[in-house]
Design a protein around this ligand. Structure first.
Ligand code: ZN
Length: 289
């Protein structure tokens, strides 16, 4: 019994918990679920300067993009590197260029995202970073390509201090066509549909990465959340560690059963692992659900 003692919950962690709950509310869909369950790791961003020679600032200036436009190349069996090579050779004729090409293996950033490119109509070009997703042939490759694309987009939003707002800071090429009527392109809608996927699901994945990256510095940061329960009482005891490394049982503080906590580190003591949930408050691994 904990009668007469205060069950002490730290409001900061309660706040953090509500944030985490939001982060993890991702719509159930098999490809995103598969990606998150398997913690598919993104390829790093490769900066490979291309040949595009126009250095134009956005409408609010150099280094002031307002978001990212999601494109899809509409051509099978051409890798990110092959597309980059083609664009580098042919952009003056094609009159088109983008910031990056993404496939299942890599993210190739070919033009500094501080400056504009020619990926959509003039309005969209003057506001947004533009990234092309390359077509792949298997579900596994598709999942990896989405991870690379979503991670690139999330990291660009964070780099430029932009919020993640679907339809405002993240737009499909189709959305820009409908908004400004300067192109007729509808990518990546059709290609996504061939995998049973859509822009809403992709926005969910971007948000998941964006929030986790911002909150924890890790796109799968929810790893740091533990849920606790004590089967023998209505609360979960805590311990603290003394300056000499010895352990003290917390007499006045405990965690409620069936609550989730953010933990930033673990340590071992006398054969038991403890997870830190506050500055010097630790919960034994045996209470982890
Ligand atoms: Zn496009």
């Amino acid at each position: 019994m904990i009668k007469g003692k205060r069950l002490f919950l730290i409001s900061f962690f309660v706040l953090l918990f509500s944030l985490i709950t939001n982060i993890n509310t991702i719509k159930a869909d098999s490809i995103n679920d598969y990606i998150i369950a398997n913690k598919i790791q993104p390829a790093g961003i490769t900066y490979q300067e291309g040949t595009f020679s126009h250095w134009t600032g956005y409408r609010y200036g150099v280094g002031q993009p307002e978001g990212v436009i999601v494109h899809e190349t509409s051509e099978a069996n051409v890798s990110a590197q092959q597309f980059a090579d083609r664009f580098n050779a042919q952009w003056p004729t094609l009159q088109t260029y983008v910031h990056a090409f993404v496939d299942d293996k890599q993210v190739l950033n070919i033009h500094n995202t501080d400056y504009t490119v020619w990926g959509a109509g003039p309005t969209a070009n003057s506001r947004f970073i533009q990234v092309e997703l390359c077509r792949v042939n298997t579900r596994e490759e598709f999942a990896h390509s989405l991870v690379n694309d979503a991670n690139y987009i999330a990291s660009k939003l964070i780099q430029y201090n932009l919020p993640d707002v679907a339809g405002e800071t993240v737009l499909s090429h189709q959305q820009t066509s409908l908004l400004w009527h300067q192109t007729k392109h509808t990518d990546p809608v059709y290609y996504f549909s061939t995998w049973g996927y859509d822009m809403n699901q992709f926005n969910d994945l971007i948000s998941y990465y964006y929030n986790n990256q911002k909150g924890y510095g890790n796109i799968y940061g929810s790893d740091h959340v533990i849920r606790v329960k004590n089967n023998n009482a209505s609360y979960v005891p805590l311990v603290s560690f003394n300056a000499d490394g010895s352990l003290s049982k917390e007499e006045t503080r405990a965690l409620s059963n069936d609550t989730s906590w953010y933990t930033d580190k673990s340590r071992n003591y006398d054969g038991m692992t403890y997870h830190r949930v506050a500055t010097n408050e630790w919960v034994a691994d045996t209470y982890k659900l």
